[in-house]
Design a protein. Sequence first.
Length: 393
Amino acid sequence: MATPLSPPGKTNRRGVNRCDNLSLAASCVNLVSYRAFELVQTYMAKVHLTALAILITPIQALADHVGLQIEGGAGSAITTLGAQTLAKSQQVVGLQYQYLELDELSDEILLGSDEALHSVGEFSQASIGYSLGISDRLTLSAVLPYVGRDDFREASHDHHEDADEPEHHDEEEDTGHHDDEVELEGEVTSSDISGWGDLSLLGRYALNDTESDNLYALLVGIKAPTGSTSEKLSNGERAEVEHQPGSGSWDALLGFAYSVPLSQEWDFSSNLLYQLTTEGKQDTEIGDSLMYNAAVIWSPASHSHHGDAHTRHMDQSWQFVLELNGEWRDKTDVDGDSDRNTGGNVIFGTAGLRRGYGAWSTYLSLAAPLHTNLNGEQSEPAWRLSTGVSMAF
């Protein structure tokens, strides 16, 4: 017996469905229902695969500066940005939260250095994102973050020696005990810095047919200086720009994304995204950055569905994701001088789980650093947690 979800079997000798007599009326109703259901399937599958995979989410791998991490959707990675685009006029809104814990520098290191070192204990970020399909091949995304740095610590110290007693100083030098007598004294202050960060806009343009298995996309965008650059420390002083929620600079974004199905249940995505920074507030230029990501996605189907790359995940509601997420950042330049305790390279290994249902998608991922190579003395990342929810309409 034919059902509304299966095509009717009545055809003429040429294999064409007929609706020219009353006896085939029921089959015609079945045919119309089936064709309509196919269209809904195709549309919803595209929502699952692309509509929830567009939101960009700033988060940092390095301790002090915000980079771009991409929120994935059903059938897509969590951090890695795939090459899928939204259908024309489709929209997505989402909320994301990331938490990064860092290994703090000790008070002894902060007080014992002649340089202005700092330590960060925790970094968190909540953001809202919005995406719109300008056309089937062009999608525009925007994200506005609220950034927090907790237990931000730095030292102010002085040498414990009396400048008004030069004879005593000379005596200590003569006896060779000067280095033992001089002590570093100072105070390590702790502050929590939070505020709205910079707005990021990213366009994703499909370079080939969006129905192809192998998908390629060009990434172009900007970061606008909308974030706060006037937050103060616990001692009342204004925090330096590199520790503010915003940078005060206009930055360009340029990259490339690639996605391909490996089998009926496995997919691969990768992307490169370069951030070209400019000088912001207080004569400070945060270093350029390169974000590079790769991911494999396993989508075990509860019901097998054979179709093209855009429809075959339609019946799947769970995805398991493994990723490599890297970020290289150049050193920060302050008034023409390079800060040697900034910049470096970090690679995270990320494992995540995504649940999709209807137009909604939620995810949770945990990441740990596999490779850390930071310049000078910096707080190194310990682990990172990401979660979020998205809705397509």
